[in-house]
Design a protein around this ligand. Structure first.
Ligand SMILES: [Zn+2]
Length: 249
């Protein structure tokens, strides 16, 4: 029997150009989850009205209040930042928030517990080169980050994060590909063949800096044509992952 094959997309940081990405996603009827902090010391964040507008069509996930690394904060500060970020999105959108993303991908086992405690049903990490159904909804990886990382950077980043499966799959699934467009196509092919999750992750500030808007439009058009893939938000993916865990018990 064909194993379920999913497509999910995540967009981090709430940069105002997320609205341009939303237009592209809308054009193809694609689902995505936008992880938005209330503030970001590095990049501008959309206004509350813009976030509210985006939430009518897309899932908005928690990305803490401050977008500072949780691992550099005291326990009390980290807990509050997770919870305040959730309340901020709920206040702005008037909707419940169930998906979380660790700022800079940084987390520890304790941080995972606080994310659970805050009421999130799952969380996205920066474990790259992953295209299997996540075993743990609070440690969900992504297949492709829209940046042309060298093989050295991919391997070093994955090893530093303890993402050993990502190291293996960078070679096995992604053929050590540097170009992010081809890198993602490898994930899609693998998922169509053996099931799993093709997960594309980007920041619109980065797409803009790299002048990759045409490339992003092309990749979204390509993936929208892969009818075998079931489109899910990150939150829907976490729910599926949890249902599988319950089934297994
Ligand atoms: Zn971020």
């Amino acid at each position: 029997m064909q194993k379920p094959a999913y497509l999910t997309i995540s967009v981090d940081d709430g940069y105002p150009l997320d609205l341009r990405a939303a237009e592209l996603l809308n054009r193809h009827g694609l689902k995505a989850t936008f992880y938005i902090p209330a503030t970001n010391p590095e990049y501008e964040v959309m206004t509350k009205e813009q976030v509210r507008e985006l939430s009518r069509r897309f899932e908005i996930g928690g990305h803490t209040y401050s977008h500072l690394s949780l691992t550099l904060k005291s326990d009390a500060e980290a807990r509050a930042d997770i919870l305040d970020g959730k309340h901020w999105v709920e206040d702005v959108t008037g909707l419940p928030v169930r998906a979380f993303c660790y700022p800079q991908g940084k987390f520890t086992a304790r941080i995972v517990e606080w994310v659970k405690e805050a009421g999130f049903i799952g969380a996205r990490t920066c474990f790259f080169n992953r295209s299997e159904m996540p075993r743990d909804p609070y440690r969900c990886g992504v297949s492709t980050h829209t940046h042309n990382h060298s093989a050295l950077i991919q391997v070093r980043h994955a090893l530093l994060e303890g993402n050993f499966k990502g190291v293996v799959d960078f070679f096995r699934v992604h053929k050590a590909e540097r170009d992010w467009e081809i890198h993602f196509q490898h994930a899609v092919s693998a998922v169509e063949r053996r099931g799993g999750v093709a997960h594309l992750f980007f920041h619109t500030w980065e797409i803009d800096q790299q002048r990759d808007w045409d490339k992003l439009a092309r990749v979204l058009e390509y993936v929208a044509g892969r009818k075998q893939l079931t489109r899910v938000t990150n939150g829907e993916l976490f729910a599926l992952c949890r249902a599988r865990m319950t089934d297994a018990v």
